[in-house]
Design a protein around this ligand. Structure first.
Ligand SMILES: *Cc1c(COP(=O)(O)O)cnc(C)c1O
Length: 428
């Protein structure tokens, strides 16, 4: 595979952009090699600047659930562009977007748009603190909630492979009110509530952890969190930046039948444009400025072009429930195929996943939390990654990322993926 141009660009990039990338997960530090520079995308494919074609299993880390360049989304965005790029004033499309989401997700009574998942989480935490007049927040080890100061404690994803558990530049004071519990372990949560009675504003969780690989909540875990938060007067926040509109249209709260007090969104909600949102109970959301005392703002929030992309994608998903049957079915196929291979070649691997989110961990242990995820052999993952990349499968360049499927993937793609994975396992 020819990669001269990517390599040349990377050499230039590292001189003027930290690590050569505008987001750490794009670098190939965890797997070796230099990142491919992408030129364009179409359906399930992405193409790099050297003209190589890959089947894309990242989908921009989730947003491209319909595949790349969905015709309806492209046309809608072009129409929006024709009307102007940004007004900094209220628009009709923002009302339509809010209505659509309130319609789709039963626990969202009021919602506010922002520009990223990070912003959504940062704002939801502020709202929870404002509403409860308490300061402390519980998060789980290995869950990633964006890069706001208070959330960079035991965060997963890019932070997990960089070898820096917490970030420099975050004053101790910003993180001291962030308490960490163990995923799938209600006792660890109970303990924090006992030690901090009456001080915990909220508990934030990825209802399916997808930033330390993919880890499913065990039976009763999310329900237990709901009960504890209700009992203690803390707000339960589901961070559905990945699961929202992916697991099923109603996201994880719909799938598990649990009503969080607030939900954060990002990724899919923007259809490939920079959008995030947070919403939930009306009495809680009414603390937000200009109605209430919690300040939160954004010059480009609710941007008309971004809203048009997001709403068009959401409407397609709403009108076509068969999309979920398709991508979830392919997810099942991929996981069962990988499990068969792992068994056949006696590879110490665990395959986790649900719906269109999957992950193969190079470890023998069941992966249920951060500690078990960290037992994975990341060197082995790096070899697997590079093998798959050279065969034309573009998966996340880290052990701790999910494989994302889109409606543009085909049975043939899954078949090819498994065939090429088999070649790797055979020589292991
Ligand atoms: C990606 C992600 C975020 C951060 O979103 P950005 O748009 O990258 O700021 C927050 N929470 C979860 C669960 C995510 O996966």
């Amino acid at each position: 595979m020819k990669t001269d141009k990517s390599e040349r660009l990377f050499t230039e990039a590292v001189e003027i952009i930290p690590g050569g990338v505008n987001s750490p997960v794009r670098a190939f530090q965890a797997v070796g090699g230099s990142p491919r520079f992408i030129d364009r995308a179409e359906k399930q494919y992405i193409y790099d600047v050297d003209g190589n074609e890959y089947i894309d299993y990242i989908g921009s880390w989730g947003p491209m659930i319909l595949g790349h360049k969905n015709e309806q989304v492209q046309v809608a965005v072009q129409e929006a562009i024709d009307k102007g790029l940004s007004f900094g004033a209220a628009t009709e499309i923002e009302v339509e977007m809010a209505k659509l989401i309130c319609d789709i997700v039963p626990s969202i009574e009021m919602i506010r748009m922002v520009n990223s998942g990070t912003e959504a989480v940062m704002s939801a935490i502020r709202v929870a603190r404002g509403y409860t007049a308490r300061n402390k927040v519980i998060k789980f080890e290995g869950c990633y909630h964006g890069h706001a100061d208070a959330m960079l404690v035991k965060a997963g994803s890019g932070v997990m492979t960089s070898g820096v558990p917490d970030s420099a530049g975050v004053p101790a004071g910003c993180a001291e009110d962030t308490l960490t519990a163990v995923y799938n372990n209600l006792e660890s949560v109970e303990k924090l509530f006992v030690e901090n009675t009456g001080e915990i504003a909220s508990l934030i969780v990825e209802p399916i952890a997808a930033n330390m690989g993919v880890i499913l909540p065990q039976e009763g875990f999310l329900q237990g969190l709901r009960e504890i938060c209700t009992r203690e007067g803390a707000l339960l926040i589901f961070d559905e930046v990945i699961t929202g509109f992916r697991l099923q249209l109603e996201g994880a709260s719909g799938y598990f039948g649990i009503k969080p007090d607030l939900i954060t969104y990002g990724k899919i909600i923007g259809g490939g444009m920079p959008v995030g949102a947070y919403g939930g109970r009306k009495d809680v959301m009414q603390v937000v400025s200009p109605v209430g005392a919690v300040y939160q703002a954004g010059t480009l929030s609710g941007n008309p072009v971004a809203m048009r992309a997001g709403i068009t994608q959401l409407r397609i998903l709403k009108d076509h429930p068969e999309i979920y049957r398709k991508i979830n079915g392919y997810g099942e196929r991929l996981r069962s195929g990988l499990r068969d291979l792992v068994k056949k070649y006696e590879i110490p691997c665990v395959v986790n996943g649900i719906g269109s989110l999957s992950c193969i961990f190079f470890t023998k242990e069941p992966v249920v939390d951060y500690v078990s995820a960290k037992t994975s052999d990341t060197i082995m993952f790096g070899r697997y990654f590079n093998h798959m990349l050279n065969k034309g499968h573009y998966i996340g360049p880290s052990q701790f990322e999910a494989i994302f499927l889109s409606a543009a993937h085909t049975e043939e793609d899954i078949h090819r993926f498994l065939e090429d994975a088999e070649e790797f396992f055979k020589q292991c």
